[in-house]
Design a protein around this ligand. Structure first.
Ligand SMILES: [Zn+2]
Length: 256
């Protein structure tokens, strides 16, 4: 699942650098304002940012980015803001279905922000609630989003698990090859190397001794099969003939 991030930056926000030059984690907030919307919060923030502002608002309709994550925001106290936390506010609703839609985008966004910088999901370190920030640095007394999550039957531990699941899915997705070449035997190597070269020198695999397909080849988005029978891969390009001459002809035709 991928959600669009609607960029609607508030003009005139300060451009202050994080202490280390980039954000080191994320802070999860809730707005404490039942029935609000991302647009409504943005409008409010556009006139009150001198007091406080965050980078994102999420409601049940969208993810709205209002501040550049390249610069710090004023969302969680001086230490966290300056150490460098990208900060996300969850708009609040009493409607269970709307909550679940917003919560799915919220946890996805928290994971995405962490994954973009490969920060991992470390509870209380890279992924912090505003409550954790308050308890750690004692610069504010806010305890969001804990009570709001609880009002919809979620705990902070649930959120951490959900963000971790999203993060792992992003990692998994990134490890999937776009294209792989699968050889029937190593004797097909030279033909396979030409096919791989045509596809940006993509990975080449050889079928296992029982002719089964290596796991990473099977997961590739497109699998070009050189020699042997179909793998039944959903996006297979089958370059094979009745014998090695037939396969060579199929490869030659593919290479054009
Ligand atoms: Zn907060």
């Amino acid at each position: 699942m991928i959600y669009p991030i609607i960029m609607n930056l508030i003009p005139g926000l300060p451009k202050e650098a994080y202490d280390t030059g980039h954000y080191v984690g994320v802070v999860a907030h809730a707005t404490a304002n039942n029935g609000d919307s991302a647009d409504g919060e943005r409008n409010y923030e556009s006139t009150t940012w001198q007091n406080a502002f965050v980078h994102f608002f999420v409601d049940d309709q969208k993810i709205e980015q209002v501040a550049d994550t390249a610069y710090l925001c004023y969302g969680a106290g001086h230490t966290a803001n300056h150490m460098g936390y990208a900060q996300v506010e969850l708009c609040q609703t009493t409607d269970a279905a709307k909550f679940l839609k917003a919560y799915a985008m919220y946890t996805w966004l928290l994971a995405k922000l962490l994954y973009n910088r490969k920060l991992l999901v470390v509870d209380g370190v890279t992924l912090m609630s505003h409550a954790q920030v308050s308890a750690k640095w004692k610069e504010s007394n806010h305890t969001d989003p804990i009570d709001y999550l609880a009002s919809h039957g979620k705990t902070w531990a649930n959120l951490v698990a959900d963000v971790t699941g999203q993060y792992n899915a992003m990692q998994e997705e990134d490890s999937v090859l776009n294209v792989a070449v699968l050889l029937f035997t190593k004797d097909d190597y030279w033909a396979g190397a030409d096919v791989a070269a045509k596809n940006g020198n993509c990975a080449i695999f050889v079928r296992l001794a029982d002719h089964s397909v290596p796991v990473d080849a099977a997961k590739a988005k497109q699998l070009i099969v050189v020699g042997g029978p179909t793998t039944k891969h959903p996006n297979e390009v089958l370059l094979t003939g009745n014998d090695k001459y037939g396969t060579a002809a199929a490869v030659a035709k593919y290479l054009g």
